[in-house]
Design a protein around this ligand. Structure first.
Ligand code: ADP
Ligand code: MG
Length: 647
């Protein structure tokens, strides 16, 4: 008896609080088990056998007393150190097998090695070898529900042996088996005993107990008998299969957790999809709203820049929609001349608008007639394709000269030069002296025909109107546009004596549009964020349900040596994965919305910015972490014994 005990328990008590009372299940247990023994713990139901077994297997801790494994005191160890002991020394066999239904035989057997950090090829080879050795070589990829009870129990034996299984703890291993399979199982345990494994067996059946060398009987938590049937025969010592951790590649843990998350998600597809729905809708709405805002803003800004850059329009009346503005006839060419003198003014053009028919030969088309000043083309940023503009003398002499746009040229002179030709604007003959380059028109129709004629000509020879419809001022690039606008207003107010005109500043319009879209985007994004949070709560809810549903699985994982961190990681990755998939689907949905929008003839395109997509992914990851943490932590903090006993 000089060999030190492998497992040594002294003065151990275990009590549970049941309501107000303390229920003492184990009382002052002393027990030594040597390496290579085969021990049966027997006793009536409720005598504390399983409780003792759980303490021996480090699944549970004694309330009082000490437990040494190979000389190491377990009372000072934390949960992860106990998990390490379970991985290194113990292999559990349960009455109800406790295999994971989502994994096949190999997957179940491999599990302890994953937590021990064995490399992938090694562990799958070993799992297959073990299963073949136990006569399951043709059942490697069967799921537990495709196996008989005896086969499932053999898979669980293989799992117990996976990390070496120096000590095999079997709690009623034959309890759920028919007598034939039960006998086979006992023979198998005896063989393992012969191979040098220490076997501790819990049973209420004396026939089963007689397979062991030593029988310990428990009654009401006290050892009442401890008989050695047979001296341990000279056995082989167990080849140390417990290879020290070879490759503890960190990413391997993540890959395994990732795989498990995928399996869990795929086995509850509908539920996973419904969980994602909140995230999908949230992400899709954020991304689409941002894209819509960006697209509409861009299109409006394009239109504004087509109106000319840095321009301020002066019109009669008090604003758009003022019905009396037509009667206000105070805007004159002299106002235009006066504005030219202001220091920050680059150029000014008066304008009178009319419309009518252009005739050439036997063709007639309707067009807009624009009576403008010579600076008009500079103010509006037009370029000439051919010919030239009129000059100051043309303006004073009310010359009958016009510049036409490309549309007019195309419709009247499709196949020859228009320069020098004479056309009729209503009844007035005019000569074409220039053709502008095609330009995207501002608001509205870009097929409209436009001709430009000196405003003096239009005023005197055609419409007989002395006042102007509007004056457009181009501001120096460097001048602040709002100050310039104020300057123009005060000058005209002084000249008119009253403010019977209003100004349109493209710069101000641009700024206010940008601001409005920003505000709108912010507002709708806030709503979308709320929907994301609601989605996140949905994820949390389902994850909590999932943890409850999979409590037994968590217990099994802990029994085979998973650390708290492993469990936490698995559930967290699952939550993040659900959210990320939701995010990806959400972005897909947003693109689909964009396609539908474009197809349904929206006046502009949705513009997807990379930053909003990156933000969407970051957001969904964050939601996964934030809302997945609580359920994952709950899972990780489960008590292994509790978890295993849950149905
Ligand atoms: P056996 O395996 O010998 O049938 P157990 O060790 O499972 O018995 O249980 C012994 C006693 O301890 C039983 O009366 C049982 O009700 C009680 N018990 C076991 N686990 C708990 C627990 N977690 N909380 C309260 N009582 C428990
Ligand atoms: Mg029991």
């Amino acid at each position: 008896m000089n060999e030190p005990s492998l497992l040594s328990i002294s003065g151990v008590y275990r009590s549970f609080s049941a309501g107000e009372q303390q229920l003492t299940v184990l009382t002052d247990i002393d027990l030594d088990i040597k390496r290579g023994e085969m021990v049966a713990i027997v006793g009536a139901s409720g005598s504390g056998k399983s409780t003792l077994m759980n303490i021996l297997g480090c699944l549970d801790k004694p309330s009082k007393g000490q437990y040494f494994i190979n000389g190491q005191d377990t009372s000072t160890m934390d949960v992860d150190q106990l998990a390490t002991l379970r991985r290194e020394y113990f292999g559990f066999i349960f009455q109800r097998y406790h295999l994971l239904g989502d994994l096949d035989a190999v997957g179940n057997v491999e599990m302890p090695a994953i937590y021990a950090g064995k490399d992938k090829k090694q562990r799958s080879e070993r799992a297959k070898n073990l299963l073949s050795r136990l006569g399951l070589s043709d059942r490697l990829d069967h799921k537990p529900n495709q196996l008989s009870g005896g086969q499932q129990q053999r898979v669980s034996v293989a799992r117990a042996l996976m990390n070496g299984g120096d000590v095999i703890l079997a709690d009623e291993p034959t309890g759920a088996l028919d007598s034939h399979s039960g006998k086979e199982m006992m023979k198998l345990l005896q063989e393992l005993h012969q191979d040098g494994h220490t076997i501790i067996l819990v049973t209420h059946d004396m026939d089963v107990a007689h397979f062991a060398d030593r029988i310990i009987e428990l009654k009401d938590g006290v050892i009442i008998r401890d008989v050695v049937n047979a001296q341990p025969t000279a056995q082989k010592t167990l080849a140390q299969e417990r290879t020290p951790i070879t490759t503890w590649l960190n990413y391997d843990r993540y890959i395994e957790a990732f795989k498990m998350a995928l399996i869990a998600m795929l086995s509850h597809r509908l539920r996973t999809f419904l969980t994602m729905l909140g995230i999908i809708i949230g992400i899709a709405s954020v991304v689409s709203v941002v894209a819509l805002g960006e697209g509409s803003q861009q299109s409006v800004l394009e239109n504004i820049s087509a109106m000319g850059t840095n321009t301020i329009d002066v019109r009669s009346g008090s604003g758009f929609g003022d019905r009396r503005s037509a009667k206000v006839r105070t805007l004159t060419a002299q106002d235009s001349e006066a504005l030219k003198v202001l220091p920050y003014v680059d150029s000014v053009t008066p304008s009178i608008k009319s419309s009518g028919t252009i005739r050439y030969g036997n063709q007639a088309v309707s067009a807009s007639f624009n009576g403008v000043g010579i600076d008009y083309f500079r103010v509006r940023g037009y370029q000439l394709a051919q010919g030239q503009y009129w000059d100051e003398t043309s303006e004073t002499e009310m010359a009958q000269e016009v510049v036409i746009d490309n549309n007019t040229r195309k419709s009247l002179f499709p196949d020859r030069s228009a320069i020098g030709e004479v056309i009729f604007l209503d009844d007035l003959p005019v000569r074409i002296i220039g053709i502008t380059q095609a330009k995207e028109s501002a608001f509205g129709n870009s097929d409209s025909l436009e001709v430009w004629i000196p405003y003096t000509t239009l005023s005197a020879r055609m419409v007989g109107q002395k006042y102007l419809d509007d004056i457009t001022v181009r501001i120096n690039q460097s001048a602040p546009s709002s100050a310039a606008e104020q300057g123009i207003i005060s000058l005209l107010k002084m000249r008119h004596g009253t403010e019977d005109f209003f100004t349109i500043n493209t710069d101000t319009i641009r700024q206010s549009i940008e601001k409005t879209t920003q505000t709108m985007t912010l507002l709708i994004s806030a709503i979308a964020v709320i929907s994301l949070i609601v989605g996140g709560i949905g994820v949390m809810n389902i994850m909590l349900v999932s943890v409850t549903e999979r409590t037994r699985e968590i217990g099994v994982r802990m029994a085979v040596g998973a650390r708290q961190g492993d469990i936490l990681r698995q559930f967290l990755i699952e939550a993040v994965l659900v959210c990320l998939c939701g995010g990806a689907f959400g972005i897909g949905l947003a693109y689909l919305i964009g396609q539908i929008f474009a197809f349904s003839g929206g006046s502009f395109q949705m513009i997807y910015s990379t930053s909003s997509i990156v933000a969407a992914f970051a957001c969904s990851t964050l939601i996964g972490i934030v809302f997945g943490y609580l359920p994952a932590r709950n899972a990780a903090q489960l008590d292994p014994v509790d978890a295993l006993s849950r149905e």
